[in-house]
Design a binder for this molecule. Structure first.
Ligand code: GAR
Length: 209
């Protein structure tokens, strides 16, 4: 059984999708045992509580540096024997040593089809603002392994979503969440826990039967 930690910063709808999938028995060989929030105001903490999952708050500003924060977070996750770290709207950048400590064991959900609209500065609503400003007709979501390059790790799964005339960033964000993120993320979490994801040396992910 893989112990899963979900890292959050805000509303936690992706966390909820994982918890709902778990309640339906769709996360095979894995269990969410910790939710770590970078903010004590995140509604995601309420969702964890409602599901009976322990919630923890770790704020970057309580540590002398970003490196000290990442070290403390890695230590905490190791103590809990975490085998999979899920970034579900976690808005704090994790440093190289954290990524190395959990190499190919951290996944992130990003609200665009990487390599479009990703990298530094592209998070949350900004991603959808940029997609609408460019006039793309199709966007979507990506779940990928995390390395030290922002949104640059091996791509695991993607799902396309249509942009509709008159979309606002908020409307598009909701559609991308409902039609892509909330479907992809729990699926990938289960595939990981089932041991069905492998990454080649050149960073290509294969899903095995
Ligand atoms: C989601 O759309 C997620 O893809 C995005 O933040 C939102 C969090 O929503 N993450 C990023 O932009 C990371 N680069 P949630 O708290 O309701 O899951």
């Amino acid at each position: 059984m893989v112990n899963i930690a979900v890292l959050v910063s805000g509303g936690g709808t992706n966390l909820q999708a994982i918890l709902d999938a778990q309640a339906r028995g769709e996360i095979k060989n894995g269990q969410v045992c910790a939710v770590v929030s970078s903010s004590d105001k995140a509604y995601a903490l309420e969702r964890a509580k409602n599901a009976g999952v322990p919630g923890y708050v770790m704020k970057k500003k309580d540590y002398p540096s970003g490196a000290a924060y990442c070290e403390a977070l890695a230590q905490f996750l190791k103590e809990k024997d975490i085998g999979l770290v899920v970034l579900a709207g976690f808005m704090t950048v994790l440093d190289e040593s954290f990524c190395k400590a959990f190499e190919n064991r951290i996944i992130n959900v990003h609200p665009s089809l990487i390599p479009s609209f990703c990298g530094d500065g592209f998070y949350g609503l900004h991603v959808h603002e940029a997609a609408l400003a460019k006039g793309v007709k199709v966007t979507g979501a990506t779940v990928h392994f995390v390395n030290a390059v922002t949104d640059g790790g091996p791509i695991i799964a993607q799902r396309a979503v249509d942009v509709e005339p008159g979309d606002t960033p908020e409307v598009l964000q909701k559609r991308v969440m409902a039609q892509a993120e909330h479907i992809l993320l729990p699926r990938v979490v289960s595939l990981f826990c089932e041991g069905r994801l492998s990454v080649s040396d050149d960073g290509i992910v294969t899903i095995t039967e």
